[in-house]
Design a protein around this ligand. Sequence first.
Ligand SMILES: [Zn+2]
Length: 351
Amino acid sequence: MQADSGTPLVRPVQSQASKRAAFLVALFVSILLGSCSPKAPVSTGIPAGYISAFDITHKYNLTLHADLATGVFRFTGDAEFCVNPGSNRALLNGRSVFFSAPVLLLNGNLMLPDDADAKLDSEISAKTVFVYSEKPTPVPTPTRSRPVNSVPSLPPSAQPSYAGTIVLDPGHGGADPGAIGPKTGITEKALNLAVAIAVRDILVSKGAKVIMTRNADVHISLAGRAQIANSSGADCFVSIHHNSTFDRLVKGYEVLYSDNNPNGETRLADSIVLCKAISSAMDGKWSTYDRGVKSKSLYVTRLTSIPSVLVEVEFLSCSELEPVLASDWFRSRAAESIANGILKYLAAKHQ
Ligand SMILES: [Zn+2]
């Protein structure tokens, strides 16, 4: 309870070195809690020409570590990126790179120059694409025709007119846990996979074909996930994540799309319709808030060529919900909502 109430984690200390160490500890804790969140401890006050480290971790699925001994901050994931506050030099996958301005540490927030964002983007895009070789789970082929005089197993109204093909993308995996429950240690990667599998099972039961970017606890690069979507011929791509932030009272679901995807206006419009269908299907399923449908430049929704959304199912950092998220009760509600939203979107597109 004390840990939830915002009690300072570190008491005031006297020496400069101790103050720096205490500050880094507090910052490190806030980074751990916010590693999958777009919500920085202070969301305003970002200087012009800078982007917060929290936005960088969310955008590229990176995890941020602070080295208390050296003061170096290290991002890991699809790229390894080390920065040092006060310096414009960094290490990107072992190579020195230079920014137009120094990295800043302001009020506990790590800020990177905009060109750091651009360098990361091009590095990750240029990386050799690793596509997970596991074959998608065999899916029964939907019966499109039936013998004359046969009786359908379900009334016509229970079967969607068009079930389609869906790519489901459980976020994170392998060495990248995503967010971690502060009290339970539950990992976001495990929750994402569990919800995605439950969504898959519902969609398959309705006659849809589902392609999973991962079916196990393995690392798939962001480019690999986008490539699976782009070579799938699927109707849509749905990435599933759980959110996290430093404030343990924050809860709610949100559905994100990217409006800077270069693949056309129709794709954008369809992505927004899909966001709204999923968001409205999630409404009222548990005690929480609708945080809305939002545009955010995320790698997997920006580089896919089919309608693509990212669902932040709920906050793993929320002290009230953290113990609930791994339950069958929650998982089935979350999965039913997402599946129903997808089916509603597909039915409307193909009616
Ligand atoms: Zn995530």
